[in-house]
Every structure is written in C-alpha cells, then in structure tokens.
Design a protein around this ligand. Structure first.
Ligand code: SF4
Ligand code: SF4
Length: 471
C-alpha cells in the first residue's frame, strides 16, 4: 500500500458475504483526548440542520442572546427541531449558507461577545461531574420527551433525525430494546470512541432516559472490537445497571448502519422498506445519548458536538468539542491549519462524507468529522475503466448492482436505475472503496438519487445526506 494514501493498492480478499474491512486510519486521533475549540468570533446557525421541516426564527437582528438561548423553534409539524445559540452574543441579519452536504439553508449569525463560557466550562456543564446511579424514576416519559424536543436534539450519528420523534414510534409498534450505537465504523473518525472513553456515564444516563421515553425494557450498547478502551469505559459505567449489556461487534464496515448493526447484534433483520421499531428496536448514537442526559438532567440544549479533524492534510489532528455553527475554516485553524499537500476537505469520513470547497460552511448537528486528503491520497484515487470484476456487487451490504446502477445514472436512464433499486442505496461507499478501477460509484449513485428527488419535486432532507442511519 502507498504509505501516504487512503486507498489500498491491493483490495482485501473478503471472506465474508457483505461489507468490507477498510484501512481504519484511526490511530492519528484515537488517543487524542477531546480538546476545546477557542470560542469563534461568530457562529452561523442554519435553520435546517436536521431531517424534516426547517425551524422558525424567534430572534431578530441586534437581539442579545446567551449560550443556550433558543434562536429558532421547531415548526409546528411533528418532524422538526429547534436551534439554540452556542455562544453569548448579538444576532445579525439572516443569511443564506451552504451546508456540509452541499445543500443550502437560511441561517442566523450570532457574533460572539464577552461572557461566552470557555470550552472546558461547557464540557463540564454538559458531560462532566457526577451522574445519577439509579434510574431516574421521578421523570415521566412525557417529561423526558419534552426536554429532548425543547433541547433541539437530533441523531448525532449523521442522519440528524429529531430524537423525540424517533423515540415515539406508533402505538402498535411497542419497543423492547434500546440499541445504543457506539460502532463508529467510518474510517478515520474517533469522536464517538473518545466520547465513550471520556463521557461514558453521561451516555449511560442518557440511554436510561431514552429507555423510559420509548418504553424499552432492555438496553444494548454495541461497540466494535477495535475500541477496547471505550468498551472498558462503557462496561464500567454500565456496572450495576439492570437489563443492560454491551455487545462487542467485529470491526467491519458498515457495521454502524442500523440495518447492518441490528442483524449483527440480534440476528434479525429490519424488513425491507420498514424501520427498526417495526421489530421492537430503537437505535440512538452514543453522542445522542449523551446529549439527552445533558438536556434532561442539566437543562442544556444541543449547542456543541464532538468532531474529529483528521487526515494527512491537517497539521494537528484531534477530537474537539465544537460550538455548532463554527466555520470549517475556524476548525482547521484550531488544528494548526492545512499541510502544504492538503488537497481535499471532506465533511465527515471518507466513506460517506461530502467534499467541501467553501470553508465558510458551518458545522451542523450532523457533522461528525472533517477529513483532509493529500495529493497522494487523490493520486491513488484516479479513475480507470471498469474491468467488470464484480467486486462492487460482492460487497454491497444491500445486495445491489452498483456498477449497473452507476452506468444507468451515467446515461441518464433514471427509470432503469430505479428498477435496479437505486433508491435503496444507503451511500455507504463499500462499492467505491472496493473497486480496483476507482470508479466513483457512490458519487454516481448519490447523483442519481438526487436526480430522482428533483424529478419528483420533493426536496430531500437537508441533513440526511444519504440513507444510512447511525443515530
Ligand atoms: S454505496 Fe450503495 S450501492 Fe454502493 S455498496 Fe453502499 S449501498 Fe451498495
Ligand atoms: S465498477 Fe469497479 S468493482 Fe464494479 S465491476 Fe467495475 S471495476 Fe469491478
């Protein structure tokens, strides 16, 4: 393998039916404790950084806001989420911004003023200190759901689906199990790993609250076996908790996708076209669970998240607690800036992330990482002609035919692409990773899905960025 590159010269020979074993590249940040971003001079808060309807502004220019104040409330539709200020400052006029996934949204800018707590103070307020050892029986399901909704919590695994909605499946779908997803299978990213090591008790407290909210009787925390320290920390935090267990999963991509994780943990599949709650399971990401604890037990809305900044193109990679709305440029500056050979910035990880060209783009609730590739990485990616090896078919976790679908999209044959199940694609990137010809299959599939959406005149969820849920 080219020492500087992300793509392998020789693809691995899988001895499993579906999924892949990409080179993890997590060593650059896995042992870096979470550090704190200096307070940015301004934050840009998109009104839609979640699945569902945009939030409605409740502030006006020149208003003064404090850390945690509501700036936009959820729309009066069931699926929406509010937005809160992560800084103390002054509201500026509404603006339009690009989002990390390339879509666009209106956004409110808050210029920071004196009085914004520093990152370490905010970390302590959100996740530090003691957490109740016992299940908080005095809180009702409704209290918890109201707090989660009021805090603007959405799935932090990437799909950004409003959590209070996810925790309330239809009455005829009783929930047996809350599955907390700590797999973080995406290469390079280590934010969830660090959160499990450094905020394990907050995660467990939040998971217990989520159990009450959704009516689950069992708690399962799934973690890939390449995170032994996180497994140990979570085991310790779970000690003495009834009806709770940790399942250690083999490291395999895309283990963190709900539809891959559930069969791996429970030996049961989510029905095609259905949801985990159809089989009595609700899945939340570890970051979401920690945010629930901070919201319900400490009255702290979702204003910050942990992000991994990594890749060969960044000078000082690490994991950072970041105010939502921070520009990617501020994030890069806080990590020492780009190396001279940095060539591509990806919001997210290399498998499911989005290439970003405008570094004024803000961090949103669904942004889990920033991966910066070098020229050597890009050289290893150069596309050649398809050799019809069939490897993309072998690894697709959904059993699709990526090369045929990509070809149909390339030739603008959207009906054919749909007949080949284009819309089922979860954009996991396994096919592109395994392709020895470096055909950018997932880009074609993403383009095709967007074209189908455009044709229907139904805007795709701004924040979902795809179909694989890790939340
Ligand atoms: S990106 Fe889509 S087609 Fe490719 S492996 Fe993943 S699910 Fe299959
Ligand atoms: S697209 Fe790539 S993986 Fe798929 S058949 Fe062609 S060369 Fe093989």
């Amino acid at each position: 393998m080219n020492a500087g590159s992300w793509w392998p010269w020789n693809w691995t020979s899988p001895n499993f039916a579906r999924g892949i074993h990409p080179v993890a590249h997590k060593e650059a940040t896995a042992d870096s404790p979470i550090r704190f971003l200096p307070t940015p001079v301004r934050v840009t808060l998109p009104l839609q950084q979640h699945a569902g309807a945009a939030a409605d502004l409740v502030v006006k220019p020149r208003d003064k806001v404090m850390w945690g104040d509501l700036v936009a409330k959820p729309r009066d539709e069931r699926i929406s989420a509010g937005v809160h200020s992560p800084v103390t400052g002054v509201v500026r006029p509404l603006t339009a911004v690009s989002l990390p996934n390339g879509k666009h949204a209106s956004a409110v800018v808050v210029e920071t003023e004196e009085g914004t707590p520093s990152g370490d103070v905010i970390w302590s307020a959100l996740f530090g200190g003691e957490w109740p050892d016992t299940r908080p029986n005095d809180l009702t399901k409704d209290d918890i759901l109201k707090s989660i909704s009021a805090a603007g919590i959405v799935g932090l695994g990437g799909a950004a689906f409003p959590t209070h909605v996810k925790l309330q499946p239809a009455a005829d779908r009783p929930v047996q199990t809350l599955l907390v997803n700590g797999c973080e299978c995406e290469p390079f990213l280590t934010a969830d790993d660090r959160l499990m090591r450094e905020a394990s008790r907050a995660i467990v407290a939040g998971a217990r609250l989520a159990m009450i909210a959704c009516g689950a009787r069992e708690l399962v925390i799934a973690i890939e076996d390449n995170k032994p320290e996180a497994i140990a920390a979570m085991r310790s935090a779970l000690d003495g908790v009834a009806a709770a267990r940790i399942v250690v999963c083999p490291t395999k991509y895309p283990m963190g996708g709900e539809r891959q994780l559930i069969p791996a943990v429970f030996g049961r599949s989510v029905p095609t076209g259905g949801y985990p709650h159809d089989i009595g399971i609700v899945v939340v990401n570890v970051g979401t669970a920690a945010a629930i604890a901070a919201a319900v037990l400490r009255n702290r809305p979702l204003t910050h998240r942990v992000i991994t900044v990594t890749g060969g193109g960044i000078r000082n990679p690490g994991n950072l607690l970041v105010p939502l709305g921070t520009s990617l440029q501020d994030l890069i500056d806080a990590c020492g800036g780009l190396n001279d050979d940095a060539r591509r910035v990806i919001a997210g990880g290399p498998m499911m992330g989005f290439t970003v060209t405008d570094l004024s783009v803000p961090v949103t609730k669904g942004t889990g990482g920033l991966t910066i590739f070098t020229q050597a990485d890009l050289d290893a990616e150069a596309e050649t002609a398809c050799i019809r090896c069939g490897r993309c078919l072998d690894v697709c976790p959904l059993g699709l035919m990526p090369t045929r679908i990509a070809q149909a999209v390339r030739h603008d044959q959207l009906d054919l692409a749909r007949r080949l199940d284009l819309e089922a694609c979860c954009e996991c990137g396994c096919c592109a990773y395994e392709c020895p010809a470096r055909v950018p299959l997932v880009q074609y599939l993403r383009t095709g899905k967007q074209a189908v959406n455009d044709r229907r005149h139904q805007p795709q969820s701004v924040a979902s960025g795809g179909g694989m849920h890790h939340d």
